[in-house]
Design a protein around this ligand. Structure first.
Ligand code: ADP
Ligand code: NI
Length: 219
């Protein structure tokens, strides 16, 4: 199978698996991450086959929907690529990126070893920011039955992935626990620039959200 066929068959597989998903991890998230990753990957002169393949497969099986099992995502991607008889070194590279890509808590470092990994991580994180990021956070919170906001529950700085995964706080806390931290953790210059714009928009959103929260507006 050539590179083009591998990408097409993988795209169709992922699309069919994630189409219509309601928590913000749907096919269109993959579509955006793939496009952003390719854009950043061109600028960074990354291997675009690895970038595209990993972007397509990075949420194929998320620990959040499999009882916290962190191995399931990379393992599912590996099995899929094995079934297509993709070269072992490529499979290993894709596997490592998917294993390391996720945010794991405010105090937990998640360094990426290769430029392809850096690019895919930036693209995935950019989709957690800005208008789309806000929409995805509240979609995920609703899916999990979380409150929008609760002024009596302060945000936490999780210092392990276990603590981060266990957290059941209101969705607004997620902005302080993850989303506002991302702009300073971008790997690439162009990723950082996009993150800064999206960060500003989210700050404006949260300020307005909090000013409307009490309901005592002047009419
Ligand atoms: P990553 O891309 O780092 O793996 P996730 O898969 O954890 O990120 O998150 C994907 C989306 O789900 C993001 O938009 C993120 O903000 C949202 N999300 C994850 N955890 C929460 C949460 N506890 N509350 C609200 N949104 C969340
Ligand atoms: Ni993702």
């Amino acid at each position: 199978m050539d590179i083009k066929e591998i990408l097409t068959i993988t795209e169709n597989h992922v699309r069919q698996k994630l189409e219509g998903e309601g928590s913000g991890h749907d096919w269109w998230h993959i579509h955006r991450v793939r496009n952003t990753a390719l854009k950043l990957g061109k600028e960074e002169q990354a291997d675009l086959f690895i970038v595209e393949l990993t972007a397509l497969l990075h949420d194929i099986a998320d620990h959040k929907f499999h009882g916290g099992d962190e191995e399931i995502g990379p393992a599912t991607a590996r099995n899929w690529l094995k079934s297509l008889e993709v070269e072992e070194s490529i499979i290993n590279h894709v596997f490592e990126i998917i294993r390391d890509v996720s945010f794991k808590g405010a105090e937990v470092e998640t360094p990426m070893k290769t430029i392809e990994g850096k690019v895919v991580q930036d693209a995935d994180r950019l989709d957690a920011l800005g208008a789309i990021g806000i929409a995805r956070a509240f979609a995920y919170g609703g899916y999990k039955g979380r409150e929008l906001h609760n002024p009596n529950i302060p945000p936490e700085n999780h210092d392990s992935f276990e603590e981060y995964k266990k957290s059941t706080g209101p969705t607004l806390n997620h902005f302080y626990e993850k989303l506002f931290l991302l702009k300073d953790r971008m790997n690439t210059d162009s990723g950082r620039k996009l993150a800064e714009e999206r960060h500003q928009f989210m700050e404006e959103f949260v300020n307005r959200f909090l000013s409307e929260w009490g309901g005592n507006v002047e009419l």
